[in-house]
Design a protein around this ligand. Structure first.
Ligand SMILES: [Zn+2]
Ligand SMILES: [Zn+2]
Length: 144
């Protein structure tokens, strides 16, 4: 893996371990996308728009990138712009996001956890669609 800089950008430092992040090249529907990964803690920084590489579910992505200006403050500051970061809870996962540049920091394994949760949410949603009409049908005889 080459230590290449993103065009026009200086390398950024891991908000957890204070070491330079490495650029990881990911091929994503044609163009190669570079994400910043920490080799020490395994955390990853996603600049605005880059999250689509790891979170294919658009509902989950919309939730994660709908950045509220208020909320719980994150203990880390943005590695890209130094802006204030806030926390968003997605099930067990705490997502750190920057209110200024709209980047997202995910600790090791959190991308997988979010992907899993997106699948799970979709699954339970589908189940409800099936269950609710069934309940209405069951109640129908008594209430109509
Ligand atoms: Zn780190
Ligand atoms: Zn930022």
């Amino acid at each position: 893996m080459a230590r290449v800089r993103k065009k026009g950008r200086s390398p950024i430092v891991c908000p957890r371990c204070d070491v330079n992040l490495w650029l990881q090249h990911i091929k994503h529907f044609g163009p190669v996308v570079e994400i910043d990964v920490c080799r020490q803690c395994g955390g990853t920084w996603y600049d605005r728009g880059e999250l689509a590489i790891k979170i294919p579910d658009s509902h989950m992505r919309e939730r994660l990138t709908n950045f509220p200006k208020v909320g719980e403050e994150s203990p880390i500051s943005c590695p890209r712009c130094g802006g204030m970061m806030r926390l968003r809870h997605e099930g067990e996962v705490e997502v750190d996001f920057c209110t200024e540049c709209q980047g997202v920091w995910l600790d090791l394994g959190e991308d997988e956890a979010l992907k899993y949760k997106a699948e799970w949410d979709k699954h339970t949603e589908e189940e409800e669609h099936v269950r609710v009409p069934a309940i209405i049908a069951a109640l129908g005889d008594e209430f109509i």
